[in-house]
Design a protein around this ligand. Structure first.
Ligand code: SAH
Ligand code: SF4
Ligand code: F3S
Length: 465
């Protein structure tokens, strides 16, 4: 069977899907000049930066490690909260001297900030030469060519609403573990979140394209893929396959050794997916990031999350039935508009009740275009700050207790690299970072490591010979 055909057992197999599109590139825009990209934000942005570097290398730019060596600097920025947006302006400010020294130097801003701010960026900071949006990455080499040809400012931040999501994963040196986008955009419109405005409407890649990518990454030595999307559970291929179908096929029809995925939305995480995870535990890691955001049902309704506290807890209980050694992490927002002290305590108690091994918690930050920004009763900064610290304190104690269970256990670690201290570094299936004494020949191998030091974020151990 060719890689492009859908297996006859898949839903609606009569649908044929076009090949992924590779962007047309003018091959000598770069003329060997250096490009430096600084990246903020989520895995989506990290993966987009990799795509930008790949495209710019095809256009004959050479990737450099320091902005001082570059003739092209791109800031791939995140706008999920207000602070990261300020970082863009301060970073551009730091490049003033470089621009004075090298008048050829061009500075561009992309990512979610590029999409959100568009021409405002150039009005506020004249040192910026070009701005591009999240849907315009493939046009980057042409955009850059325009900026090098004239001193006019260039802005390209239009959503490609009609274009299907038929891209090919572009990774320069994929290493042991790599990301594969399966969806882009988000249609959930949680009232606090800017992502639907910066990433546009949700689109899924055809299942056959994802399989094709994973197979070709395996050929390049990749052992682990992380399937990426803002809400992977609402994945829907053109042939009708859902996320559980996709996960099953990646597990069964490719030689990838490990599969992870992120991010899951609690309202869409269904029993079919739990079943597939349980059935394919040899490949699908027993780790799920399931952002709760709050432990109070009124706040969850105000957030437009589509589940109550009880529904969230019931789902967790069901997941643990299917996958008894499941490891969970979450995202929490404290100080959402109108959140009372009691409502915040519901979040503290939910976090305790679930026993998340890792928690990412944030103070609510009002974002442009979002509904919650105009809600009444915004919580004072000092109250948000106090709640955040209280939540972290409460979680930290529990996280240390939860980590103790790893002490003395033998975990299967996929070795990714030898770090600067000469230690082998890898991840266990539970997504724990593990360090141990080991040689370079172990990179890419999965080896048993006996843990003798366990903390919430890092485990240390010894190779079991
Ligand atoms: N798609 C993911 C979230 C992506 S954004 C999901 O639905 O869970 C990553 C995290 O940033 C969110 O889970 C949320 O906890 C946080 N976040 C998003 N908007 C925020 C805001 N306005 N203020 C504070 N934190 C926010
Ligand atoms: Fe934002 Fe909600 Fe979409 Fe996540 S699901 S990206 S929080 S709108
Ligand atoms: Fe930030 Fe955009 Fe990701 S706002 S979190 S980079 S989707």
């Amino acid at each position: 069977m060719s890689e492009n055909q859908i297996n006859p057992s898949s839903p609606a197999s009569e649908i044929t899907v076009a090949d992924p599109v590779r962007p047309q590139i003018n091959q000598d825009v770069g003329q060997g000049r250096g490009v430096y990209i600084s990246t903020y934000g989520c895995q989506m942005n990290v993966n987009d930066t990799e795509r930008m570097y790949s495209l710019l290398e095809m256009a004959n730019f050479s990737v450099v490690k320091e902005p001082e060596e570059a003739t092209l600097i791109i800031i791939n920025a995140c706008s999920i909260r207000e602070k990261p947006v300020h970082k863009v302006y301060s970073e551009v400010g730091r490049y003033r001297k470089l621009k004075e020294k090298n008048p050829m130097l061009k500075i561009g801003v992309g990512g979610c900030v590029g999409q959100q701010e568009k021409d405002k960026l150039i009005k506020n900071q004249p040192m910026i030469d070009f701005v591009f949006g999240t849907d315009n990455i493939d046009a980057l080499p042409n955009l850059v060519a325009q900026t090098f040809e004239s001193s006019d400012k260039v802005i390209n931040a239009k959503f490609e609403h009609r274009a299907p999501y038929h891209v090919e994963t572009l990774v320069r040196n994929p290493g042991v573990s790599t990301f594969v986008n399966i969806t882009k955009g988000c249609d959930n419109f949680c009232t606090f979140c800017i992502v639907p405005f910066t990433r546009g409407r949700e689109k899924s890649r055809p299942l056959s394209h994802v399989l094709m990518d994973v197979r070709s990454l395996v050929k390049r030595g990749v052992k682990e893929v992380t399937l990426l999307g803002q809400n992977v559970n609402s994945y829907e291929s053109e042939d009708g396959a859902d996320f559980a179908d996709l996960l099953k096929k990646v597990a069964m029809e490719t030689d990838i050794q490990r599969i992870r995925y992120t991010t899951s939305h609690p309202k869409d995480f269904n029993e079919k997916l739990m079943h597939v995870m349980a059935e394919h535990q040899d490949k699908v890691c027993e780790y799920v990031h399931l952002p709760a955001q709050s432990g109070n049902s009124r706040i969850l309704r105000q957030m437009n999350r589509g589940y109550t506290r009880e529904e969230y807890l019931d789902k967790i209980a069901l997941m643990k039935k299917y996958i008894p050694n499941l490891v969970l992490s979450t995202d929490i927002i404290v100080g959402f508009p109108g959140e009372t002290e009691e409502e915040f305590q519901d979040t503290v108690s939910l976090v305790k009740e679930v026993g998340f091994e890792t928690m990412f918690a944030f103070m609510y930050s009002p974002r442009p275009f979002t509904k919650a920004a105009s809600f009444p009763d915004h919580v004072a900064e000092e109250v948000k700050n106090r709640r955040l610290n209280e939540l972290f304190d409460s979680h930290e104690k529990q996280a240390f207790d939860l980590a103790k269970k790893y002490d003395g256990q033998v975990l299967n670690v996929l070795v990714e690299q030898i770090n600067e201290q000469g230690k082998a570094q890898g991840r266990s299936t539970q997504n724990k970072l593990v360090y141990f004494l080991g040689s370079e020949s172990l990179i890419g191998k999965t080896v048993p490591v006996k843990i003798n030091f366990a903390s919430p974020n890092v485990l240390r151990g010894e190779l079991v010979q």
